[in-house]
Design a protein around this ligand. Structure first.
Ligand code: ATP
Length: 233
């Protein structure tokens, strides 16, 4: 579904991504792990049209999407939940979910809100609460729910567990697994390498702007180099 070849991204003179190549196939959950500053978020931003591409190509559903804006890509089904979430704080949960459907013009929006509530019962309980008064974990759930309302073909998640309590981290990974289990193709960027690789069909390791390793989730999880560098062993 998504094929990235030789991606380079720079901020002024700083090369943040130095020729990364990876693929996400239909139905997969692909995890991209790496240390702070490795270039993972920059990669997602470039793929979703939020950061200009200096070199390389990005194909989505067999066509190059390089240079297309985020808005066009969301309409095509390439949807990211950014780090920091960005919910509409002065709107209720339900209104935030309705905003997620703003690109749609069909009659199934209310049904889809119910489906999101089935994945996130907490959002259902709080449906009339203002998003800005929710906890960090609840806002992460809301951002994921809102993204699901666009009916994504590929859902890209940037560090969904960041800054959350251990219980909420468990809950978020459970939900990522659930969303994948419901047939959504997922690309997951995480610093929590252990959890991200446990769920992954395949994974990539990024180091200093380059993809340095790839393999299926379990193989990477058991790799001594990965365990030493990213799992503190
Ligand atoms: P983290 O997990 O800490 O978010 P990351 O792997 O997602 O790390 P990026 O955020 O993509 O890494 O950052 C890659 C490099 O690009 C870092 O050296 C960072 O300082 C730099 N960088 C990121 N955003 C900008 C920016 N807006 N302007 C300048 N440099 C940036």
């Amino acid at each position: 579904m998504l094929k990235v070849t030789g991606l380079k991204v720079a901020y002024g003179g700083i090369q943040a991504v130095k020729g990364a190549s990876f693929e996400v196939h239909e139905g997969e959950l692909v995890s991209l792990i790496g240390a702070n500053g490795a270039g993972k978020s920059t990669t997602l931003k470039a793929v979703t049209g939020l950061q200009p591409v200096a070199a390389g190509d990005i194909e989505f559903l067999g066509k190059s999407i390089k240079g297309q804006g985020a808005w066009d890509l969301v309409k095509q089904g390439l949807v990211m939940v950014p780090e920091g979430r960005g919910t509409f704080t002065r709107m209720t949960i339900t209104e935030n979910l309705q905003m997620g459907a703003f690109i749609r013009n069909d009659k199934e929006i209310d049904d889809d809100i119910e489906k999101v509530f089935a994945i996130f019962p907490r959002l259902k309980e709080r449906r009339n609460q203002l998003a800005g008064t929710m906890s960090g974990g609840e806002q992460q759930m809301l951002a994921m729910g809102r993204a699901l309302m666009t009916r994504p073909k590929v859902l890209l998640l940037d560090e969904p567990s960041m800054g959350l309590s251990p219980i909420m981290v468990d809950k978020i990974f459970e939900v990522v697994n659930d969303i994948h289990g419901r047939g959504v193709t997922v690309m997951l960027v995480e610093q929590n390498a252990s959890r991200a690789l446990q769920l992954a069909t395949r994974g990539y390791v990024m180091d200093s702007g380059e993809i340095t390793m790839t393999g299926d989730g379990k193989t990477l999880l058991n790799d001594p180099k990965v365990r030493a560098a990213y799992l503190g062993e």
